[in-house]
Write a protein that binds this ligand. Structure first.
Ligand code: XLS
Ligand code: NI
Ligand code: NI
Length: 449
């Protein structure tokens, strides 16, 4: 016997869908910048930004942390009885939220939407049943799946990693789980499939054969790619870099590390990156650096939009709140041609004291407005060539004469030694103009309308 939750309302305080009211609106439950149908260049805002809500933070969590129990008012999580009933209730709440917010996409881990069974077979049938539910909700609301992923880090079995586990049986368990989750993602029309390293890394070299573990990880990814082709999934396979958490040395440390790994193992044509703001900052990078690395390599896949706290050294996963920071990142994204099959997934959670259900709306509205405003500033900067033009001028000497000859391989060290001996080459440094460029960016951010 299943109970019908589809008529239950969890966000009754929000009576109307969130609408665009413009920058002068004081309505906290309205968009001031995100205007889905507004054209920005050749695409609508919605097409540029492709927002997704993360099921785990917003619907599967209760505000608990290492020091204390849950604090959030989440009636769909409390409740006794059948875990599948609870999963259905949670999904009803989630889709009510997606619809009222006007989020075009969502993202999930298998275990966010369906409970583990006592056997693998039961876990799979739970997931299949919840995929049926999701399919019905998606059809009813028009909300789409940006990506699915398998949780290969919460359960004790994966304490030593999934693909990088010392036990092949656990590699097999992880492979089985990923296969099933990819199938469900495909079935739901998911546009990408994400692998976050979870516990793919190590805590101490005392017990770790790193070379072997990296070979295993590559083998696993090849299997994922093969499976993608065998089922005709035309979404993108994405890896999400993150350093330090949960293991001390995560193999997927940052964009550059992953790109080197993918090239070494002949995976670079098949896998792209899902870049998260707070993971970039944990790796000691600006977010825009991580984006630029991926764009330059043609490997930007998608973005987990959030932010860290500069005073805290962990993945606080707060909602984006800085137009300045995001404008530069959006500029790189646009320079690379946009997000493709990817999107902006709010892999972000409320603070523990934000206990109200309505806080979920405030958080997402704020994040969407910040990204929309950043998009407008970035688009104007790129259209005017404000930064790209300045860069082109800075490197112009490489486009001809000596610069071109060097890069064409026409000069040896000795040639340049002789040249420098013979001629007085200019040596005076040219201004990098950083402050002027900072002012320029500020003007674009101030002027968006
Ligand atoms: C954790 C990761 C995770 C991935 C999906 O830090 O960001 O949420 O996005 O597994
Ligand atoms: Ni993430
Ligand atoms: Ni994170």
């Amino acid at each position: 016997m299943t109970t019908d939750f589809s008529s239950q309302e969890f966000f009754a305080d929000v009576t109307e869908p969130i609408r665009y009211e413009g920058p002068d609106s004081d309505n906290p439950l309205a968009f001031r910048w995100y205007d889905a149908d507004r054209m920005v260049g050749e695409r609508t805002m919605a097409d540029h930004l492709r927002f997704a809500v993360a099921y785990w933070h917003s619907f599967a969590s209760d505000g608990s942390d290492q020091f204390g129990v849950g604090t959030w008012d989440r009636p769909w999580l409390s409740g006794d009885g059948d875990p599948m009933d609870a999963a259905r209730r949670k999904m009803t709440a989630a889709f009510e939220f997606f619809e009222k917010l006007g989020a075009p996409y969502f993202c999930f881990h298998d275990l966010d939407i369906a409970p583990e069974g006592t056997t693998f077979a039961e876990t799979c049938s739970n997931l299949d049943a919840m995929a049926d539910e999701a399919e019905a909700h998606m059809e009813r609301t028009g909300v789409k799946l940006l990506w699915g992923t398998a949780n290969l880090f919460s359960m004790p079995r994966f304490a030593a990693g999934a693909a990088t586990n010392p036990d092949p049986e656990l590699f097999a368990r992880a492979a089985a789980q990923v296969k099933h989750c990819m199938d469900v993602t495909h079935r739901l029309g998911g546009e990408n499939y994400v692998l976050w390293g979870g516990r793919e890394g190590y805590d101490t070299i005392l017990n770790t054969d790193m070379a072997r573990e990296l070979d295993q990880l590559a083998r696993f990814l090849h299997m994922v790619v093969d499976h993608k082709h065998s089922i005709g999934f035309d979404g993108t396979i994405l890896i999400e870099p993150k350093p330090h958490e949960p293991t001390k040395h995560q193999y997927d440390h940052d964009s550059q590390t992953i790109i080197g790994f993918l090239r070494k193992y002949d995976l670079a044509d098949e896998v792209k990156l899902n870049i998260e703001v707070n993971h970039a900052t944990l790796a000691g990078h600006d977010f825009v650096h991580e984006i630029a690395v991926a764009v330059d390599e043609g490997m930007l896949g998608s973005v987990d939009a959030n932010r860290g706290d500069p005073r805290l050294g962990w993945d606080t996963d707060q909602f984006p709140n800085s137009v300045d920071e995001m404008a530069l990142a959006m500029h790189e994204i646009l320079r690379g041609g946009g997000l493709g099959t990817g999107g902006l997934n709010f892999d972000a959670k409320l603070r523990r004291q934000s206990v109200d259900r309505t806080d979920l709306f405030h958080a997402h509205i704020g994040g969407m407005d910040v990204m929309a405003r950043a998009l407008l500033a970035a688009h104007a900067m790129l259209a005017d060539g404000a930064l790209t033009g300045a860069k082109a001028r800075r490197y112009a000497a490489w486009d001809g004469g000596l610069g071109r000859e060097i890069m064409a391989g026409a000069k040896s060290l000795s040639d340049l030694h002789d040249l420098t001996m013979r001629e007085q080459l200019p040596e005076a440094p040219v201004s990098g103009g950083q402050e002027a460029l900072e002012n320029l960016v500020n003007r674009y951010v101030e002027r968006v309308r």
